[in-house]
Design a protein around this ligand. Structure first.
Ligand SMILES: Cc1cc2nc3c(=O)[nH]c(=O)nc-3n(C[C@H](O)[C@H](O)[C@H](O)COP(=O)(O)O)c2cc1C
Length: 277
């Protein structure tokens, strides 16, 4: 499985490359500071990352109300509430105290005030347009996917500027609360792209049967966000392995129960969409 590393990851591209000789992709944003983007692209390339994913759905951070309610910040901040929560979970507290500080590891050379969302809001370019995607296409000679696409028109634009993949995503619903579900936008995008680029879908893929649905509707691949993170939270590396095993066995079982023995045989006729009376 390819691993996609966030720009804001808590481990640097170099440290990831040191332990992962497999297929690696690097996610980028368009920053105000284009020199910083170029520097990151150079580092990712040198570390063996073969593709970049340009995320286009974060002109500003989403309004994550629960983060505020839970006093959630990166790096974590000690408040009465977080301290009492941590005391109730000694294993978590021990882990927090004995492992490196959680912070955007690719930017340790930069000063980050105001937490991660503050960093996003000051560094991300809100005026980003398709010209910036074209600029990135020219600046990067490896594979390029554009992530955060929810309309057929935008998918066609991705193809027009030479993207290798259209990444259908609503950011896991974390950006615009009322955005449509990725799976509902998929068929129109598949038709619009007409085989001129690969299509990856993410958002809400929690079971192998969800993978079957996305592939049947025309995606070439799905990506997992929270599904593997839940495994990570519950059981560390073993938990991630287990989450992936569950996905794999459910995918195979669902295919068998649908009477399809190859991924290429997952076709639209498998999907029944309920229509409202
Ligand atoms: C904790 C968390 C952090 C995320 N950080 C990023 C990020 O830095 N860049 C990005 O493009 N997407 C980010 N995403 C969105 C994921 O890439 C992906 O689009 C989404 O999680 C898919 O939905 P799912 O979690 O339902 O699988 C993040 C998602 C989560 C849950």
């Amino acid at each position: 499985m390819p691993y996609a590393c966030s720009t804001l990851a808590s481990t640097s591209v170099e440290d990831i490359a040191a332990v992962n000789p497999g297929t690696k992709w690097f996610q980028v944003y368009v920053w105000r500071d284009r020199a910083l983007v170029k520097e990151m692209l150079g580092r990712a390339k040198a570390a063996g990352f073969g593709a970049i994913l340009l995320t286009v759905d974060v002109p500003v951070g989403g309004n994550r109300e629960r983060d505020g309610a839970n006093d959630f910040t990166i790096p974590p901040k000690v408040t009465w509430r977080t301290a009492t929560q941590a005391l109730a979970a000694p294993g978590y507290l021990w882990d927090l105290m004995t492992t490196p500080e959680i912070r955007p590891a690719n930017f340790v050379h930069m000063k980050i005030d105001g937490g991660l969302i503050g960093f996003i809001n000051t560094q991300f370019d809100r005026t980003v347009t398709w010209d910036d995607a074209r600029w990135l296409r020219e600046a990067w000679d490896g594979k390029l996917a554009i992530k955060g696409i929810v309309t057929p028109e935008d998918a066609q634009r991705c193809v027009a500027i030479g993207a290798d993949a259209v990444w259908v995503s609503n950011h896991g619903g974390r950006q615009l609360d009322t955005a449509p579900a990725s799976i509902d936008t998929l068929p129109g995008i598949v038709d619009a792209v007409a085989g001129n680029a690969e299509i990856v879908l993410d958002g809400g893929v929690r079971r192998g049967s969800d993978i079957v649905k996305a592939l049947a509707l025309g995606a070439n691949a799905v990506a997992l966000g929270r599904a593997y993170l839940y495994g990570l939270g519950a059981g560390g590396e073993r938990g991630v392995r287990r989450a992936l095993e569950i996905m794999d066995s459910e995918l195979r079982r669902t295919m068998a129960l649908c009477g399809r023995s190859r991924l290429s045989a997952l076709t639209r006729d498998l999907i029944f969409k309920r229509t409202l009376p």
